[in-house]
Design a protein around this ligand. Structure first.
Ligand SMILES: NC(=O)c1ccc[n+]([C@@H]2O[C@H](COP(=O)([O-])OP(=O)(O)OC[C@H]3O[C@@H](n4cnc5c(N)ncnc54)[C@H](OP(=O)(O)O)[C@@H]3O)[C@@H](O)[C@H]2O)c1
Length: 256
């Protein structure tokens, strides 16, 4: 029987490429996102390349946690079981702090952190009933240290990585694997407006590496592994002045 995967945020970027990659490796797929038209296109693309694969698509906003739980149950029902759940859906940076972007910040946290937590919570409940499974959370190297212009995004990804640590410890004695994927810069719409994207890789390569890491059931890994496995810990100790290099000079008014 084919292994089965549930993916959030499969309409674009990493989620989409991972669906194509895992479809090519013989997995049956349950793909979700808000843009159903893009999921339908993806289903057609996978069906023409891999006619033997079963591909289900479903509209899902991860901010609706009751619907997240319903979608995961539906995936298990339709595909027979659900071996892997990938909490991938995410929104990009909201911009510098102090500029009244708190509403967008809230959306970033609700999608990247609470949405992923809802996905993982429902997956774990299912895995306990079905006797095992693998949780995959897509964090980021931006969660290793708060980056300028990226406060809510970095906070969401740091929160997700730490949450996954808790889940890994809680499930240590169970047949459940918890995999934290921390991408560096992968060429997708989320970062296409950024001025600097160090060590950028294309999305198909990012998906190949991610699929390899999932199949090897790693606990935590950056994508690509090198140089980020070396650079990410350095981020923690770099002086703030180095991180602040790209920030614009600001004018301050002084009291008369
Ligand atoms: N690309 C990188 O360099 C990079 C680096 C580190 C981490 N990541 C993480 O990788 C994940 C995928 O990002 P990407 O680079 O592939 O960006 P992307 O191309 O913009 O894809 C983001 C995906 O998330 C989905 N999404 C956003 N809000 C959602 C919501 N409320 N409910 C359900 N789905 C939602 C989008 O689908 P709909 O709009 O159709 O809902 C889309 O499929 C994100 O968690 C991102 O933070 C990416």
């Amino acid at each position: 029987m084919a292994k089965t995967v549930f993916i959030t945020g499969a309409s674009s970027g990493i989620g989409r490429a991972l669906a194509l990659e895992l479809g090519g490796r013989g997995y049956d797929l349950f793909l979700t996102a808000r843009r159903l038209d893009l999921l339908e296109e993806l289903r057609a693309e996978i069906a023409s390349a891999q006619p033997a694969r079963r591909v289900e698509v479903r509209q899902l906003d991860v901010a609706d946690d009751a619907d997240v739980a319903a979608a995961i149950e539906q995936a298990a029902e339709k595909l027979g079981r659900c071996d892997i759940v990938v909490a991938n859906a995410g929104l990009g940076s909201s911009g510098p702090v102090g500029e009244g972007r708190i509403e967008r910040d809230r959306m970033v946290i609700e999608t990247n952190l609470i949405g992923a937590m809802a996905t993982i919570d429902a997956a774990l409940a299912l895995f306990r009933r079905q006797g095992g499974g693998q949780i995959v959370g897509v964090a980021s190297v931006a969660g290793v240290r708060g980056l300028p212009g990226s406060g809510s995004y970095s906070a969401s990804k740091a929160g997700l990585a730490v949450y996954l640590d808790s889940v890994r410890a809680e499930t240590h004695r169970e047949p459940i694997t918890v995999t934290t994927i921390a991408p560096g810069y992968i060429d997708t719409p989320i970062n296409q407006d950024m001025k600097s994207r160090p060590f950028l890789i294309d999305v198909a390569k990012g998906a190949r590496i991610t699929a390899d890491l999932i199949e090897r059931r790693v606990g935590y890994a950056t994508v690509p592994r090198f140089p980020w496995t070396v650079v990410a810990p350095l981020l923690r100790v770099l002086p703030t002045s180095w991180l602040a290099r790209g920030m614009p000079e600001r004018e301050f008014s002084t009291p008369d």
